[in-house]
Ligand binder design. Structure first.
Ligand code: GLA
Length: 382
């Protein structure tokens, strides 16, 4: 989407007036997210460690005679019904959110939505969860209903997983709803217990520019492989409810008996679970060197065992390491998206420049690079 300049809420309001010819009744916004560690663990019963970023998706909305969606990324106004097939593009998510709201007993005649986003689409930073959660919050406000942040996260998960049909876990909707300035969240997805952990650093985002399409894609395939790995482990006598529950100590034995690719997926999830819990402890002690090392190990695990990295991301992580980053790794689902890095503040300008040149030498263009702090989750805009 366009619109990385200025306030997204202001842009959404202007777009609403321009395309629908009236004033919005409510404005909401929700952030994208960076996942520090815990990749592909959330649909395997493991922990995740994300935070809400400063880039947001804003929605201006109003009750209207029919359901309609428009955004700064698309020229058209897309009209849809809640019972017909899901529309394409961003409207798909908003239509899914509207159905889930209706099923939750929040009834509205119909709503017009105008969207402006600073979160790159398909960039591994949860553009879809930001859109879903902002849309749900807007509909709740228009219906005069106050839904808790956890309910919004639950409804957004149902919309993305059950209605749109993406084999995602619960991390993105949770952090986009419950994010807090200056904090990451350590969420245990088996129990949905979570707590905020102070994040004592900025995080750099190096966008590879490569984009993924999740629907029906790699994520769904990996999810099936993980289920099969769990079954194969049970055949070897390791019977647990989730892949993330397999103890590290069982790995050597399973490595002798399970074939590829199942052992690789299993090893990633089991070691990543260990790294993520350790990362939560290191953050609490403000040990950024230790955290950085875990990020690098996490990236290698994604590259070697999960097969979800891409050449652009591997090059960025290698160049960042060579030029002095404390740690770096591909964040989000993978097969495209962005690398995150923790840089020593006194050397950050130099590292960004050197790494940009290394990327340009290989791919003929510069990566989009920006810095983020941990920010607030969904909110209603005044
Ligand atoms: C996507 C999904 C998340 C999570 C990540 C991988 O972002 O939406 O639930 O599974 O991939 O960690």
């Amino acid at each position: 989407m366009t619109g990385t300049q200025g306030s997204p809420a202001g842009q959404a309001t202007s777009l609403f007036r321009e395309r629908f010819g009236s004033q919005p009744g409510v404005r909401t916004s929700a952030p994208g997210r960076v996942n520090l560690l815990g990749e592909h663990t959330d649909y395997n019963g493991g922990p995740v460690l994300p935070f809400a970023i400063s880039r947001r998706t804003a929605i201006a909305a109003a009750i209207a005679p029919d359901w309609a969606f428009t955004s700064t990324a698309e020229d058209a106004v897309v009209r849809f019904s809640l019972d017909g097939p899901l529309p394409e593009g961003g409207a798909r998510y908003v239509a899914a959110a509207a159905r889930v709201m209706r099923d939750h007993g929040v009834t509205l005649p119909a709503v017009n939505f105008a969207v402006a986003s600073q979160v790159p689409l398909g960039g591994g930073l949860s553009s879809s969860a930001a859109l879903l959660v902002a849309a749900l919050r807007a509909m709740a406000a228009l219906a005069g209903r106050k839904l808790t942040l956890k309910t919004l996260a639950d409804l957004a998960y149902t919309a993305e997983h059950d209605v749109v049909g993406i084999g995602c876990g619960r991390m993105d909707q949770w952090i986009v709803s419950l994010g807090r300035p200056g904090h990451a969240i350590l969420l245990e997805t088996a129990t949905m217990e979570s707590h905020h952990v102070p994040l004592p650093t900025d995080v750099w985002v190096f966008d590879t520019g490569a984009r993924h399409q999740l629907t029906g894609g790699h994520l769904n395939d990996r999810r099936k492989e993980c289920q099969e790995a769990l079954r194969l482990a049970a055949d070897q006598g390791v019977v647990v409810p989730h892949l993330a529950d397999i103890p590290l100590a069982e790995l050597p034995r399973l490595e002798r008996s399970l074939p590829s690719p199942w052992i690789n997926r299993l090893r990633h999830v089991v070691t990543e679970t260990h790294r993520t819990r350790l990362a939560g402890e290191l953050l609490a002690r403000k040990d950024l060197d230790g955290l950085g090392k875990l990020l690098l190990e996490g990236h290698q695990s994604l590259r070697v065992d999960y097969g979800s990295t891409i050449r652009e991301a591997d090059l960025l992580v290698e160049a960042l390491t060579r030029h002095g980053a404390l740690g770096a790794r591909l964040t989000g689902a993978g097969w495209g998206g962005a690398v995150i890095a923790i840089l020593p503040p006194e050397r950050e300008a130099r590292i960004v420049a050197e790494v940009g040149l290394a990327f340009q030498a290989e791919f003929g263009r510069l990566p989009d690079v920006w810095k983020t702090t941990a920010s607030e989750g969904v909110r209603t805009e005044r």
